[in-house]
Design a protein around this ligand. Sequence first.
Ligand SMILES: [Zn+2]
Length: 75
Amino acid sequence: MSDTVITMMDGSTWKPSSSEDVIQCANCDNIVDTEEEAKSYASSGKCPNCGNSWTERRSTTISITAPSRISGGTM
Ligand SMILES: [Zn+2]
């Protein structure tokens, strides 16, 4: 997780973006939502989506969003 915080001139703090780890099937790009799910696929040995043997591919996606206010500042 990225903990980058932007501090504005008025003292408010903003979060510019968030990153998350994505686990996908290497064969069909089926995205696994949770670590637990990935583990269950790994133990069953195959991808429920494409039926091929489970090979996971991990990547980190960083979603750039409009800054969202965390706290502080005056309205
Ligand atoms: Zn698959």
